[in-house]
Unconditional design. Sequence first.
Length: 110
Amino acid sequence: MKFYRCEVCGLILEEGQLEDHCPKCNAPREKFAELDPETAEKHVRSEYTNDLYANLIHTVEKLERIADAGINDNLDPSCVKIFTRTKAYSKLLKQLAKAEVAGHISKGKW
Ligand SMILES: [Zn+2]
């Protein structure tokens, strides 16, 4: 499968998705360059992992909302302690996941 990157905004599309203009930045089709095989392989290989990180971030955000509800509920100190820890761990996991995805992007794994 062939992939093309918009040289203006970086959007990557499959061959069948190309239109007259970039759907993100409106650059003309001529601004799309085919990815070399190594870069295309990185793109394909990393897509699943990046989707997993997106799902992880979404799931962690649910944990943060649960933790906030538990802290606000304030049933007793041991409960608040668990929910406070949950919130702290969730924040750390989210930041780790975002940093990893940023690292992927900087290495062309996107
Ligand atoms: Zn573009």
